[in-house]
Design a protein around this ligand. Sequence first.
Ligand SMILES: [Zn+2]
Length: 274
Amino acid sequence: MEGRGGGSGADPGPATATASASGGEGEGCEGLWELPVERCERRPVCGRCSRPQKVCLCPFLPVHPLKVSTCLYIIQHPAEESRVLRTVPLLAACLPPDKCKILVGRRFNEDRYPELATVCRNPNTLILYPGAEATNLEEVAVMSSSPSVMIIIDGTWSQAKDIFYKNSLFRLPKQVQLKPSISSQYVIRTQPTNTCLSTLECAAVALSIMEKNKSIQEIILHPLQALCSFQLQHGAQIHHSKEHLLKNGLYDKPMPKNKRKLRRMELLVNNVKI
Ligand SMILES: [Zn+2]
């Protein structure tokens, strides 16, 4: 979207902003007062966990950042950054800053991200991506003893797929996946399948495997469990995965007319990995 420049003022957003910036407090600003107030209102946010202060999750975070030798690179789709319930800030708050680097964007090339390019070329770097060539992480972790880097893409499945295929850098590291037996605890967001994990859950499981320390997983998942139980106490409903809803006849949305989408849902019901 952002590359589509040079329009003749079809987009009212930037045009209004320019007028008010250059025209000062002139008559051009009148319309701005009519904008809904709550859009500008920001609740005070906790500096550590990035949650609104009233629902700060810091008591559920480790007192000191976890000591790990693996470095995580979280490649975050821009849409994920603006979500209300984000799990990546909680992950970052559990780890030392130099072990959890977050890069936001869709396109990552060597010129703009030379450090990332070096990381991708390092033979000790792994990318968590369940593609056809992926090996189970356990098998890789058993063999390696040196500290390594793990790249995780944060976004919906289709956003992650887009980022993976449109950036050749991400096809350089060895592809790994987590065993599909781990079920998601992140019940607030509807996941496409029960085993679709949030970025925080993926990172927790992956780190505990890489560091050969099961307690890492529990420590990182602790704030997520607190977040989910808080949300549920305050009226959020448990979102079962689409797979669960379909299999139990609880799916209450109209079935898609599009044949491809229907086929995808059939595959979900029949437990076929899509
Ligand atoms: Zn906090």
